[in-house]
Design a binder for this molecule. Structure first.
Ligand SMILES: [Zn+2]
Ligand SMILES: [Zn+2]
Length: 314
């Protein structure tokens, strides 16, 4: 399902995921009722009603419950294909980008920090691949408003030979623009489940790159913005669709305001999806995440769900 939105007469893209799959018969081995995760939904915040603007105002997405997810027969990590890989395409950290007609600086967390986060967050070993220069892998598809831009699908095709054999998914990290189709001005990222590829573009997490005014605390906001986008797109590689009920890292985001309002945590539905793919003790996962967040030098620590609901110990 393509996800895009329009601002004025210009189309933007926040991200895109796989087309909605046809729904096969549910796996009869999976529970259908009385899931303990839903005994205490008040432990997680619900999304506010749809307002006049924003992602949900533009797209009436159906959401994806846990049972919807099971119906897609998601691809599970296997012992010989359980690694998450990050491919830095271009400089990360502090990148001075000389684009087609503009130059700008993009700041990102170190890829090694991103890998540490994904390892704890998804419970899968995550590694950073050697950085490659963009030009050694792909040429830009177009120049828009002075920015070289890269079509996500073509990027996936170009990087497919670089995906290690033991990968569950590989996420390409970029500081230049990506887009999904010709109508879109730029995208934050894209993720595909079946192909096991995602791309995150950090270019627009600093509003100055879009010609907008910087917030006074922009440098403090950037790490959390980067981590949120990263987890969101990697979540799409697990087959997680956009959430429409709870505040969740899988909420659709159309601009920095919505990105800043998006928590780094998974809602009950998405957490249950992760536990289906990667059975683990959710309380231990929360503790590990909380400890990790304390090491990430974040000005505003992300919210770890206020308290873990009661989970089955599977
Ligand atoms: Zn998305
Ligand atoms: Zn969710």
């Amino acid at each position: 399902m393509r996800r895009f939105f329009v601002v004025g007469s210009v189309w933007f893209a926040a991200c895109a995921a796989d087309p909605a799959p046809t729904r096969p018969a549910r796996d009869s081995a999976q529970p259908v009722t009385a899931d303990p995760l839903f005994e205490d939904p008040a432990a997680f915040d619900l999304l506010p009603p749809v307002g006049p603007t924003g992602w949900r105002a533009r797209f009436d997405e159906p959401g994806q419950s846990y049972l919807d997810y099971l119906g897609t027969v998601p691809r599970r990590p296997a012992p010989d294909a359980e690694h998450l890989y990050l491919l830095p395409l271009g400089e990360m950290g502090t990148a001075f980008v000389v684009d087609a007609e503009v130059t700008y600086i993009v700041r990102t967390p170190p890829p090694e920090q991103m890998a540490d986060l994904l390892t704890v967050y998804f419970g899968l070993p995550t590694e950073v691949l050697p950085q490659l220069e963009v030009g050694s892998v792909i040429e830009p598809d177009r120049i828009r408003q002075g920015h070289e831009q890269f079509r996500a699908q073509r990027l996936f095709e170009a990087t497919a030979p670089l995906v290690p054999d033991d990968a569950y998914s590989m996420t390409t990290l970029m500081v230049q623009d990506v887009f999904f189709d010709d109508a879109q001005a730029w995208g934050y990222g894209f993720g595909q489940h079946r192909e096991g590829q995602a791309v995150v573009s950090f270019a627009r997490i600093d509003p100055v790159v879009s010609g907008l005014a910087r917030e006074p605390d922009v440098l403090e906001r950037i790490p959390l913005r980067a981590f949120t986008l990263l987890v969101h797109e990697v979540g799409h590689t697990f087959g997680f669709e956009h959430c429409t009920e709870h505040r969740c890292v899988m909420n659709g985001m159309e601009d920095l305001a919505e990105l800043d309002a998006t928590p780094l945590h998974l809602c009950p539905q998405c957490l249950r999806k992760l536990l289906y793919l990667r059975p683990t003790d959710p309380a231990a996962r929360y503790r590990a995440l909380s400890a990790l967040y304390g090491t990430l030098d974040l000005e505003t620590p992300p919210t770890v769900d206020r308290r873990p609901p009661s989970f089955p110990r599977t």
